[in-house]
Design a binder for this molecule. Structure first.
Ligand code: C2E
Ligand code: CA
Ligand code: CA
Ligand code: CA
Length: 280
C-alpha cells in the first residue's frame, strides 16, 4: 500500500496498473490506426425474397498487414469493439464508420446500379448516448450530399440502459431527419417485447442464434415465427441474420420474413467484391 496526496492509504493493485497501461496502449494504437487508415469496412449484402440485394451491413475490420503469402489479415470487431466501448474510443471509431459509410454512399450515388441501396451501420449505446449524435449524423449526410434515407442505424437493446423516454425522443428526432432504425440482435435482450411497442424503429433484426436452430429446435422456430408475426403486426420490417442454408431460408419465408442476410448468400465482402457482385 502507498499513500496518495491527501494522506489516505490506497491499495496498489498491479493488475489495475496493467489494465491502465493496456488501455493506454490501446488508446495509442487506435488513434494511430484511425490516422493510418488501418480500419476498413466490409459489406454484407441483405436480400429480399427475389434474391435481390436491397442493402448492405457495414462491418468493421482492423487490417493487420499481409502474411508471407501476401494474404491480408484482419482483426475481428469482436476483439476490439468491446475495448473501444470500455475506453470511450468507440466515439472516434464510430464517427469514422459513419463518415466512411457516407463517403461510400456518395460514391455509389454516381452509379444507377446502386440506387436505393441502404447501408446499415452498427451504433453502440455510448455513441447513441452522445448529446450531439443526431447533429453529427446530419452533418455527415450534408457534407457528402447523400440521402439520409439510405443510412440505417442498427442499435441494440443495450441502448435501453439509458433513460428510455430520452432514448425515444432521440430516436424520433433521428427518424424525423429521415434515417432508418433497426433493432439488432432482437430476442437476446431482456426487454424485447415490452419496448417494441414504444420504440420508434423501422425494422427488427432477428438474432442469428434463433435462426441457427430454426430447423432443429422447435421452440426456436416458434419464437422466430412469433417475432415475425408480432413485428408485422406493429408494421415493422423484419430481417433475419445468420441465414446459412436454403432450408432456413425457406422456413423463414414460410414464416413471413421478407429480408435476409447470411453466409447462404454472402460473407461480409470487401468493397471491391461487393462492387463486382452488384455490377455483374
Ligand atoms: P452483428 O452486428 O450482430 O453482426 C453480425 C455478425 O454476424 C458479423 O460478425 C457477421 O460477419 C456475422 N455473420 C453474418 N452472417 C453470418 C452467418 O450466416 N453465420 C455466422 N456464423 N455469422 C454470420 P462480425 O463482422 O465479426 O461482427 C461482430 C460484431 O461486431 C457485430 O455483430 C457488431 O456487434 C460488432 N461490429 C461490427 N462492426 C461494427 C461497427 O462498425 N461498430 C460497432 N459499434 N460494432 C460493430
Ligand atoms: Ca448488426
Ligand atoms: Ca446482429
Ligand atoms: Ca448478433
Amino acid at each position: 500500500a502507498k499513500t496518495d496526496g491527501r494522506n489516505r492509504t490506497v491499495v496498489f493493485d498491479p493488475r489495475m496498473q496493467e489494465d491502465l497501461m493496456q488501455s493506454q496502449k490501446m488508446l495509442q494504437a487506435f488513434t494511430h490506426a484511425i490516422k493510418n487508415n488501418e480500419f476498413e469496412l466490409f459489406y454484407q449484402p441483405q436480400y429480399n425474397k427475389d434474391h435481390q440485394v436491397i442493402g448492405v451491413e457495414a462491418l468493421i475490420r482492423w487490417q493487420k498487414g499481409k502474411d508471407l503469402a501476401g494474404v491480408e489479415h484482419y482483426l475481428s470487431p469482436i476483439d476490439f469493439i468491446p475495448v473501444a466501448e470500455e475506453t470511450g474510443l468507440i466515439i472516434p471509431l464510430g464517427d469514422w464508420v459513419i463518415e466512411q459509410a457516407c463517403a461510400q454512399l456518395a460514391q455509389w450515388q454516381q452509379d444507377p446500379a446502386f440506387e436505393n441501396l441502404v447501408v446499415s451501420v452498427n451504433i453502440s449505446a455510448k455513441q447513441l448516448a452522445q448529446a450531439d449524435f443526431s447533429d453529427k449524423l446530419l452533418a455527415a449526410v450534408s457534407a457528402y450530399k447523400i440521402n439520409s434515407r439510405q443510412l440505417k442505424l442498427e442499435i441494440t437493446e443495450s441502448c435501453l440502459l439509458q433513460n428510455v423516454s430520452d432514448l425515444i425522443n432521440k430516436l424520433l428526432k433521428i427518424k424525423e431527419y429521415g434515417f432508418k432504425i433497426s433493432l439488432d440482435d432482437f430476442g437476446t435482450g431482456y426487454s424485447s417485447l415490452s419496448y417494441l411497442k414504444r420504440l420508434p424503429v423501422d425494422e427488427i433484426k432477428i438474432d442469428r442464434s434463433f435462426v441457427r436452430d430454426i430447423m432443429t429446435d422447435e421452440s426456436d422456430a416458434i419464437m422466430v415465427k412469433a417475432i415475425i408475426d408480432l413485428s408485422r403486426n406493429f408494421g415493422l420490417e423484419v430481417i433475419a441474420e445468420g441465414v446459412e442454408t436454403s432450408e432456413q431460408l425457406d422456413r423463414l419465408i414460410e414464416f413471413g420474413c421478407a429480408f435476409f442476410q447470411g453466409y447462404y448468400f454472402n460473407k461480409p465482402l470487401k468493397l471491391s467484391e461487393l462492387n463486382n457482385l452488384i455490377l455483374t
